[in-house]
Design a protein around this ligand. Structure first.
Ligand code: CA
Length: 229
């Protein structure tokens, strides 16, 4: 059964959407605030998110942006204004579709079904081609953005994943903290090179058996780090 998350502050609309989706055998969860909706979407696995634009806590634009940084699933945006739809398109937020209020619930259900089947086809066709790096028990699945140690999954944040993957893709190359900071955090204004040290520490805690004697990421004193091939 596909799981759908509805983020909508108008209770009547949310309930109507839920009723129709449940009639089509979907498992539906409702969140009424943007920030709560984002939290929910990140903490559980949903197959699709129906996201209203005007929401308390955090607006739909922000929710979509943050969600896209971490998760890959169809997002269907809902708005009362045609202008917003143009804005969604213009911002390139990664929303897969948009629908304007008022809409018929059956149209919504049809769109949800179409997106789910298209998404499943896409995912299905790429499973053979997952881009995987494997080194001494460490496995990085770049396509699914997952990390395993001896088949056991470890949870990585976006930046931790990017940093580990970058180092693993350039084995034996020594990078300075400045280089790593520029490479991984290039667009972000917050943080400094100390962030690199903190992230390396967190990554080691997740992948190393003994963090004082790291097998994967080696500290080159006074220079930076290198991934041992
Ligand atoms: Ca609203």
């Amino acid at each position: 059964m596909s799981k759908i998350l509805i983020v909508e502050d108008e209770e009547a609309i949310a309930d109507l959407e839920k009723d129709y989706l449940e009639l089509s055998d979907f498992d539906v969860t409702i969140e009424t605030r943007g920030d709560d909706g984002l939290k929910k979407a990140l903490s559980e696995d949903f197959d699709l998110v129906i996201l209203d634009l005007m929401l308390p806590g955090m607006d739909g634009f922000e929710v979509c942006k943050h969600l896209r940084e971490k998760k890959d699933m169809p997002v269907l945006m809902v708005s009362a204004k045609k202008d917003d739809i143009d804005k969604i398109r213009g911002l390139g937020l990664g929303a897969d579709d948009y629908i304007t209020k008022p809409f018929s619930p059956s149209e919504l259900v049809a769109r949800v079904k179409a997106h789910l089947s298209r998404y499943k086809r896409l995912v299905g066709s790429t499973t053979q081609k997952n881009d995987i790096i494997e080194i001494r028990g460490l496995k990085i699945d770049k396509t699914a953005r997952r990390v395993y140690i001896d088949q056991e999954e470890r949870n990585f944040t976006t930046k931790e994943f990017d940093l580990l993957t970058f180092l693993a893709e350039n084995p034996n190359h020594v990078f300075t903290k400045e280089e790593l900071f520029r490479k991984i955090w290039n667009m972000d204004s917050v943080g400094d090179i100390a962030t690199v040290t903190v992230h390396i520490k967190k990554i080691r805690e997740k992948i190393e058996l003994d963090t004082s004697n790291p097998q994967y990421i080696e500290t080159i004193w006074g220079v930076g780090y290198r991934f041992k091939a």
